[in-house]
Design a protein around this ligand. Structure first.
Ligand code: MN
Length: 251
């Protein structure tokens, strides 16, 4: 029997997770282990200086008081007494495209599973309000079935982003180079002191063909296979001379 671990970064009560839980149930037994509170933008952070707790929330449902990475580790090491066939993270409210995948808790949860060699999918919808998760949720079993059948190389996950609404086309993409412009939006507190909201502008006209941003711009689902080994192979040889000889410490 297929067993799926479902998690996210928006928290265990998030509507995107609930929508996905329903459609993934067609493929097998779904086990939900998700952060207790919203953890968007926490990336791969782990909790080391505070205790970690989890709370049962019903049959096959647990909430972890921590980050998405804490949550997946707690699920795989402590909560589940089996290794899931697949880990699905989402559906995130808001896209995870280009360099933003480095900050994403949704992608981090999939990365954490990929670290253990478990096939993983991160799912995000390109909308932030009045979201109808149904289209994305209904697409999920199709992608999940393919991954369950063919597997993924160890250390690799699929980063899936779905337009809102979606007309039906899918593109296999690569991660875009940075095209966004980061902003600090200045606001005043009641004492007249400035504070800031981090924000970004994304000129989608700059998106290169074949990238995640371009697919979303064109109304297509973007599926990017991403790997978490950051080694730059082309520099292994050119850097060898740095390793030649021995360094004698100064007396
Ligand atoms: Mn989120």
């Amino acid at each position: 029997m297929v067993r799926i671990l479902l998690t996210n970064d928006d928290g265990i009560g998030a509507p995107g997770l609930l929508a996905l839980e329903e459609t993934l149930a067609d493929l097998g037994e779904v086990h939900v282990v998700a952060p207790l509170n919203e953890q968007s933008g926490t990336s791969r952070a782990v909790t080391l200086r505070r205790p970690l707790r989890f709370v049962p929330k019903g049959p096959r449902h647990y909430a972890v008081e921590g980050t998405p990475a804490d949550t997946v580790m707690m699920a795989l090491i402590q909560i589940l007494d089996f290794t899931p066939d697949l880990v699905v993270s989402g559906i995130n409210s808001g896209p995870n495209l280009g360099e933003n995948i480095y900050y994403s808790g949704t992608v981090a949860a999939a990365a954490e599973a990929a670290k253990y060699g478990i096939p993983a999918i991160a799912l995000s919808v390109n909308a932030r309000s009045n979201i109808d998760y149904r289209q994305t949720a209904e697409l999920a079993p199709r992608i999940a079935s393919k991954v369950l059948k063919d597997g993924l190389p160890s250390g690799v996950a699929l980063n899936v982003n779905v337009p809102h609404p979606w007309a039906g086309a899918i593109e296999i993409t690569r991660q875009s180079r940075k095209i966004s412009r980061n902003l600090m939006i200045e606001v005043s507190d009641p004492h007249g002191r400035p504070y800031y909201w981090m924000h970004e502008e994304v000129p989608l006209t700059d998106a290169e063909p074949g990238t995640d941003y371009a697919a979303i711009r064109d109304g297509k689902v973007s599926i990017t296979p991403i790997r978490f080994d950051h080694t730059e192979e082309s520099l292994i040889e050119p850097l060898r001379d740095l390793a030649a000889g021995t360094l004698v410490p100064r007396q």
